[in-house]
Design a protein around this ligand. Structure first.
Ligand code: TRP
Length: 454
């Protein structure tokens, strides 16, 4: 096995490319599929307020911490800890990130596969003249099947692997730069249609009028988990991407821009979806099925719906793709740099083993529906383990590592690009990563899993 030569590392080419790639990672199914249904299950407005608070107080600092660690080390998630903290056990966080990447991509590719089916259904005009009930049945029978959902999942994983094999600049960055602006434009068009639906106001009220009585014990942990999942933080994706960022780029503004873009797209997705949820009498707590049951209703009622439906599901697939490549890249960068496997082979090995777990996740909506652990099916268990357990734990250790182990001088030098940028808020940042973020995440986590009662 050849050893990896660090001087041959690939990197992002332009400033816009970095933002597009990182926003491409952040903006995905988490925003358009997961955020609306989780917000729906937790009663809407009040949940969203807590979510926003977590993005600002915890999410942005964790994201900046990941960029800082990665760019400093110029390595994959695992190798970054090895290099910055030699002869310690800190590398275990990187290893946990690699494990989390497996878990996340296995259920992510299930939903991405559903998206491809919906592209196909859009092409064949399958939503036309169907009632909301019929559209629901259509989705239920598709997702509980075996052949079709697995076939789409495989196709999606092949696409993901194909881009990752092409590399950082010529694969990941190139596609993100083209696809992200189109995504924004399309979601705005969807919003305009949604808010002009009869009965839209009920949906908007659900989103923006906080009702704290609707929150339960789990809501706060779910809001935290959603913030981590949506920003792609807590498992070293952005350590990996940070290692591809040019030394002269401003990491602080990058983290703020990417987080803002991610949050805006999540809210825009909510605005596109909830008016239709209420207008067509679907329950907002429908769970993971929500968008697949609501959006086809809008499409078949709007002028040009055929066209918009097609474009929307293509873009959802694309958003999923620019995210899934970032998850796969974590594993691939680790295989390439630490185990000395060539990029192409590393990608294939990673993609095949993730898909094996992914097939179980897909089948947990049908054949394996009876397999239940803590009342979750396999898909739900993978999602919960990653989002509500691995990501928050990873997040705590990432900020603690930067704040306590590496310390202020390191942080200041890297974040200021060795004095190129002012670092006015550095003390606030350090205060957050040393104290506020780890304590808050720990409390929310322990409370959410029931180990701590207030
Ligand atoms: N953030 C992506 C989304 O919202 C998913 C994702 C990509 C992710 N990379 C990640 C989630 C790393 C957690 C960790 O769809």
């Amino acid at each position: 096995m050849a050893n990896f030569d660090p001087s041959k590392r690939d990197s992002f080419g332009t400033k816009f490319g970095v933002i597009a790639a990182a926003a491409g990672s952040a903006v995905g199914l988490g925003n358009i599929w997961r955020f609306p249904y989780i917000a729906g299950e937790n009663g809407g407005g009040a949940f969203i307020l807590i979510y926003l608070l977590f993005i600002i107080a915890i999410g942005i600092p964790v994201m900046l911490s990941e960029f800082t660690i990665g760019r400093r080390a110029q390595r994959n998630a695992f190798g970054s800890f090895k290099k910055l903290a030699p002869n310690t056990y800190w590398y275990l966080i990187g290893l946990m990130g690699v494990v989390a990447a497996f878990v996340i991509l296995s259920f992510y590719s299930t939903v991405a596969g559903w998206t491809l089916e919906y592209i196909y259904l859009s092409i064949t005009n399958a939503f036309a003249d169907k009632s909301p009930d019929q559209l629901t049945t259509m989705f239920e029978s598709f997702k509980s099947g075996t052949f079709r959902p697995i076939m789409w999942q495989l196709i999606f994983m092949i696409l993901t692997a194909w881009i990752v094999i092409a590399g950082v600049k010529k694969g990941i960055e190139k596609y993100a730069k083209i696809l992200m602006p189109i995504l924004l434009l399309l979601i705005i068009i969807m919003d305009i249609r949604a808010v002009t639906l009869a009965g839209a106001s009920e949906g908007l009220e659900f989103l923006f009028k906080p009702d704290f009585s609707k929150l339960d014990t789990n809501s706060v942990l779910e809001a935290l988990g959603q913030a981590f999942f949506s920003l792609s933080i807590g498992m070293g994706t952005l350590i990996t991407y940070g290692s591809y960022i040019n030394k002269k780029q401003n990491l602080t503004t990058t983290a703020i821009n990417v987080s803002a873009a991610d949050t805006i797209i999540a809210i825009l997705a909510g605005i596109a979806i909830f008016p239709a949820v209420f207008a067509f009498g679907i329950e907002p707590n429908a769970g993971p099925d929500l968008i697949f049951r609501t959006l086809p209703n809008i499409f078949q009622q709007m002028p040009g719906g055929y066209f918009f439906s097609l474009i929307f599901f293509i873009l959802l697939g694309v958003a999923a793709l620019t995210s899934s490549i970032s998850v796969l890249e974590v594993v691939v960068a680790y295989f390439v740099e630490e185990l000395g496997i060539l990029r192409k082979r590393a990608t294939i090995i990673a993609a095949v083993s993730i898909t094996a777990l992914g097939v179980l996740s897909t089948m947990s909506w049908g054949t394996f529906g009876e397999v239940r652990i803590f009342n979750f099916n396999i898909f739900e268990l993978l999602d919960f383990t990653a989002s509500s357990v691995l990501l928050p734990i990873g997040g705590v250790f990432i900020v603690v590592f930067l704040g306590w182990y590496l310390g202020k001088n390191y942080i200041k030098d890297e974040i200021s690009s060795s004095g190129l940028y002012k670092t006015k808020l550095i003390n606030l940042f350090i205060l957050i990563i040393k104290f506020l973020a780890p304590i808050a995440i720990a409390l929310v986590f322990l409370h959410g899993i029931g180990l701590l009662k207030f």
